[in-house]
Design a protein around this ligand. Structure first.
Ligand code: GLA
Length: 378
């Protein structure tokens, strides 16, 4: 989005100039799927698709915000927040949790726009939450603490919006660094920045499939993981070692065993992926991507047919080091590691093969690792 367009729209709506533009990115997860709510490891990166909020502070506690993409307005009072429905709930939820955490907030007038595809598994909602948190920190004059803001945004999503997500998306949107993936320990909330290997491009492959009932399937996976952790007598599956998994065989149901095996092996893959990245071993990183997909398909059972098809189409290309589904699953996107300079040929070949196999049109993005939330104009 051009800052100029945002400025112009703000002037049209509010008859004044905005004073600040806050921005927060979407993310793609490179590896470590469904491990965040098991206290495990993840490796997302922020993408160069984001949500922008252009705003001017108000003297009172009113927030007036216009979504340019949805052509809809929302007006609410920070002193009398009430739950409703729709996109503004992410902003209200963040306001509510910030206040709960003791921050005194000031109102603002704003226009908001974004280019993170919605419902594709690229965390458009985390981007709205973190852009809102950044907007509030600016107008209310408190310092930006990325980890704390990610936790507040996660609580907004859990308690206000009612989606039981982990911390990965909000951390990626809040704390990423340009050029790097974010290697995150979801228990300690410790971050290490991992530069992407040279001569490698990250390509997002959107299957164009969406699934409505993701929430219930997600919650079911969470409780299966919790059941396994209880049986092993640990706080979370993060604490189960691969060699201990066998103890559960014949004791836990086959399904719960499979879920546990995915989490335990996926955590190992993330640790190995971090090593491979440090060593610049792109070939190994690609193999780990492929193994992660197989585990999500066979053990965690969150891939749909379209995701399996698009991942196969990608893996068949000689320029592809590895590919896997990304995000919660059941539709949405896959992510592929591709030789730099060969991405257009790769995208053409995958799109054609996927169309032939599934009858569907893929939407592909070559993405650069972007910085986390921040102010771009002040
Ligand atoms: C969604 C959730 C994340 C994470 C992923 C799966 O994106 O919001 O917290 O659990 O699914 O890895």
């Amino acid at each position: 989005m051009e800052t100029e367009t945002l400025f112009r729209s703000f002037s049209t709506y509010f008859n004044a100039n905005p004073q600040i533009v806050a921005r927060a990115p979407g993310r793609v997860n490179l590896i470590g799927e469904h491990t965040d709510y098991n206290d495990g490891f993840v490796m997302p990166m922020a993408i160069d698709h984001a949500v922008w909020i252009a705003l001017a502070p108000r003297a009172d506690s009113i927030v007036r915000i216009r979504s340019l993409d949805l052509q809809a307005d929302s007006v609410f009072d920070l002193n009398a927040l009430k739950k409703g429905e729709g996109w503004a709930e992410y902003v209200k939820g963040v306001a509510s949790e910030l206040q709960e955490a003791g921050y005194r907030l000031r109102g603002f007038d704003a226009v908001m726009s974004g280019d993170v595809p919605r419902g594709a598994g690229l965390s458009s909602s985390a981007a709205v939450e973190l852009a809102a948190a950044c907007a509030f920190s600016q107008v209310s004059g408190f310092a930006w603490n990325a980890v704390e803001m990610a936790q507040i945004a996660q609580r907004a999503e859990n308690r206000w919006v009612g989606v039981n997500c982990g911390i990965m998306d909000q951390m990626a949107s809040a704390a990423s660094k340009e050029g790097c993936a974010l290697f995150l320990d979801c228990r300690a909330l410790e971050i290490q920045y991992a530069p992407l290997p040279e001569k490698t491009s990250v390509v997002i492959l959107d299957t164009s499939t969406r699934r409505g009932l993701v929430d219930s399937a997600y919650n079911e996976r969470r409780s299966q993981c919790e059941e396994a952790a209880r049986w092993f007598g640990v706080k979370a599956l993060r604490d189960v070692r691969a060699e201990d998994l066998k103890r559960g065989e014949g004791e836990l149901s086959e399904v719960v065993m499979k879920r546990a095996r995915h989490i335990v092996t996926e955590n190992q893959r993330v640790l190995e992926a971090a090593q491979a990245m440090r060593a610049g071993d792109i070939k190994r990183l690609g193999e780990l991507f492929n193994a992660s997909h197989a585990s999500l398909r066979d053990d965690f059972e969150v891939a749909n047919e379209a995701l399996n098809q698009i991942v196969e189409c990608a893996q068949e290309q000689p320029s592809c080091y590895g590919a896997r589904m990304t995000g919660a699953g059941f539709g949405g996107c896959a992510v592929a590691l591709v030789e730099e300079g060969k991405t257009s040929a790769f995208v053409d070949a995958v799109s054609a093969a996927y169309k032939q196999r599934s009858g569907l049109d893929a939407v592909c993005y070559v993405c650069r690792p972007a910085a986390g939330a921040g102010v771009i104009v002040k």
